[in-house]
Design a protein around this ligand. Structure first.
Ligand code: SF4
Length: 493
């Protein structure tokens, strides 16, 4: 921690001993709060990026007697996707037992992640050029815009009657408008399950918003929008000057007074919390305070999937600094095999162990005053096969979590999965005329009226994608025809 951070922590009383002692006492298995051994990554370098960064980490590990192995396989993943790790995240990993550390699993490519036939081809390549070509060809198979996201781009007719497309936006649900600004097309580190890899990899068809006025003009015409979600990549990367340009008009322009919530989608609390406990962050906090004083809630959306990500001094101090400014901190948490969903000895899912990770996370979130917004299934993108598990198993895990946490500490909705139709939640199973069915309900949908209805799908022990479940009765869901019509209409724009 830098000297500047230490001063801020002391002055703003961000780390009360009573809180630290209690967290460590309740959850020692995840804690490095009382760690006395020196961190392994001590150079002034903060970010390790790409193959070179990965190799640098490997040499530090080797110098400390650690060999994580599977280097070629891990590098294949990095060549197809990306790699970045911060000093902070590297020093939160328990290197004595790294394979069982959820943070190691989150950031480092793992054996088994890339499909065997691709790995074989890569290994047999005769030259570096051939290897690169294999990776470039494979990129097209990685389904970067799952759920037909390209259809969600906002467009409007401007005051001159010209048709404008907002290339760095999505407006799928009435209340929420997503901005993928040009300054947020990277992250503080990379999650290896990334479902926005088109953004962080820099694909040609990534969403990218250059023009801020265009966003305001669109919003003036769309009074149904209440929430702006700054995302990317990572919304937390947006520099203060640009953030101000986006946000201040919401406090001054009466035509934009329908904007009530700013959601900052950022994993910085996990990957680089130090950015929040710096003097240079003070003007950003002052801007957020100004919004809050104008009745605009600022919500910092983290993505915690295990207590390990929170149980260190820097993250706790950063969370408390945000909250002391009046910012609401919430977690929308991905449920991913190997990271927050654990295999059993037979290759299935260890329901109890997986549920316990989430119950403990729920308690740590409560102790830090973080709202448990949601849990979501792995989306069918990237190396989905590695992170996913049967919906039937995840439903069992979720049921344990839900009944074990107090109502104020539960996720605010049932576990959900995004598809083109919307975000469908799995409510559980139900018996109908002696047959088991999954009960589903949208909590966001292309037509918001679909949300009023519970619908059924055939129970399936294996399926891992809600969209692919078969309707319980008939050959389509109640919304299928209308969805097709909406998609067609959007495609024709
Ligand atoms: S923070 Fe989000 S966009 Fe960035 S790597 Fe992780 S999942 Fe992808």
């Amino acid at each position: 921690m830098g000297e500047n951070a230490v001063q801020i922590i002391e002055k703003e009383k961000l780390l009360p001993a009573s809180l630290i002692n209690k967290l460590h006492h309740c959850f020692p298995q995840y804690s490095i709060l009382k760690e006395e051994s020196a961190p392994m990554f001590t150079s002034s370098k903060n970010r390790y990026t790409g193959i070179d960064g990965f190799r640098e980490i490997i040499s530090v590990l080797n110098a400390n007697g650690i060999d994580i192995g599977y280097i070629e396989e891990r590098e294949l993943f990095i060549n197809v996707y990306r790699f970045m790790a911060t000093k902070h995240i590297l020093n939160t990993i328990n290197w004595k037992d790294y394979n069982n550390d959820s943070v190691f699993q989150l950031v480092f490519p793992q054996p088994g992640m890339m499909k065997a036939e691709l790995l074989e081809k890569y290994r047999n390549a005769k030259s570096e050029e051939e290897k690169q070509q294999i990776c470039e060809d494979y990129i097209h198979d990685t389904n970067p815009h799952d759920g037909k996201q390209l259809l969600n781009k906002a467009c409007f007719e401007n005051e001159h009657g010209d048709f404008e497309i907002l290339d760095g936006s999505q407006h799928k649900y009435p209340q929420c408008f997503l901005v993928f600004d040009k300054s947020t097309q990277s992250c503080f580190a990379f999650c290896n399950y990334c479902f926005r890899h088109a953004q962080v990899r820099g694909d040609e068809d990534m969403f990218i918003q250059e023009d801020i006025d265009q966003v305001h003009n669109y919003l003036r015409e769309h009074k149904e929008v209440t929430d702006i979600l700054l995302t990317g990549g990572d919304g937390g990367l947006m520099p203060y000057s640009r953030l101000k340009e986006y946000l201040l008009p919401f406090t001054t322009d009466p035509e934009l007074s329908h904007i009530r919530n700013i959601r900052m989608a950022s994993r910085s609390l996990t990957f680089d919390p130090q950015i929040i406990i710096k003097q240079s962050f003070d003007n950003t906090l002052a801007l957020y305070k100004e919004l809050i004083d104008h009745g605009i809630q600022v919500i910092w959306m983290g993505h915690f999937s295990g207590p390990k990500e929170l149980m260190n001094l820097t993250t706790i101090a950063a969370v408390r600094r945000l909250r002391a400014t009046g910012i609401t901190v919430k977690s929308q948490s991905p449920i991913m095999k190997h990271i927050s969903l654990f295999p059993d000895a037979n290759g299935g899912i260890d329901i109890d162990k997986s549920a316990q990770n989430w119950i403990d996370l729920g308690h740590v979130l409560m102790m830090l005053g973080i709202g448990f917004h949601s849990m979501y299934y792995a989306r069918p993108t990237g190396e989905h096969h590695y992170f996913t598990a049967p919906l039937a198993d995840i439903n069992k895990v979720f049921s344990q979590i839900y009944r074990s946490l107090p109502s104020v500490g539960r996720p605010s909705r049932y576990i959900s999965m995004t598809s083109s139709a919307g975000k469908a939640s799995m409510l559980g199973t139900v018996e109908v005329n002696g047959k088991t069915a999954f009960a589903l309900k949208f909590n966001e949908s292309r037509n918001m009226e679909w949300m009023d209805r519970v619908y059924l799908a055939e129970y399936d022990d294996e399926q891992n994608t809600i969209e692919k479940l078969k309707p319980f009765e008939g050959d389509k869901y109640f919304y299928t025809d209308e969805l097709e019509a909406i998609e067609k209409q959007l495609e024709s724009k």
